[in-house]
Design a protein around this ligand. Structure first.
Ligand code: GNR
Ligand code: NI
Length: 182
């Protein structure tokens, strides 16, 4: 059991292209376990291996959606998902906005447009292949995580003006945190 360090922008590791997982073995499964622990502690709904400094094509996700969709205060249901060497086989032409955040761009949120439906293929933690049509938050989150595998952050989808605004707010928040700690 271990919490892993989460790398934040502008760390150059986040710009690396992740390489395929060659073999889904116990070492990979141990990393997956630590990634879930790190993701739940953060807390976040997804985490790509490169965010913890390991540029491999591997990500974990748990949308932790409330038990009762009409009551956001109801207990979140845990549904851990693992995606190894994921591929997007097709996506709809229709794009929808979603307000995204990222553990590597802490406490900053902005609306990103992405295709609302995708067909994806991936391996699970046992090396078994899956192919499925995905939509909603699951499709948004998988696209966000798969961007990480290509060294792309959600802020890269924004206009330069909006991206600079987010980065300025992040710098300000870090500066204030630093002043409080001093
Ligand atoms: O925790 C996260 N929330 C989130 C919200 C909207 C769209 C994407 C995400 S993923 C993010 C965790 C993260 O940084 N994953 O890479
Ligand atoms: Ni992210």
């Amino acid at each position: 059991m271990a919490l892993l360090p989460i790398y934040e922008t502008p760390d150059p590791i986040l710009r690396e292209i992740s390489t395929p997982v060659e073999k889904v073995d116990d070492e990979v499964r141990a990393l997956i376990k630590d990634m879930f622990e790190t993701m739940y502690a953060a807390p976040g709904i997804g985490l790509a291996a490169v965010q913890v400094g390991i540029p491999k094509r591997l990500l974990v996700m748990d949308l932790q959606e409330p038990e009762d969709p009409d009551d956001p205060e109801s207990k979140p249901v845990r549904e851990p998902r693992v995606f190894i060497n994921p591929e997007i086989l097709a996506h709809s032409d229709h794009e929808v906005p979603y307000t995204e955040g990222c553990l590597s761009v802490p406490d900053q949120y902005a609306e990103v447009m992405r295709p609302d439906k995708i067909r994806a293929r991936w391996l699970d933690e046992h090396g078994k292949s899956h192919e499925q049509d995905l939509e909603g938050l699951l499709a948004v989150c998988l696209q966000h995580e798969m961007d990480h595998l290509e060294g792309v952050l959600f802020i890269d989808h924004l206009s330069k003006l909006k991206r600079d605004m987010v980065l300025k707010k992040l710098a300000k928040a870090r500066k204030e945190r630093g002043l409080r700690a001093a």
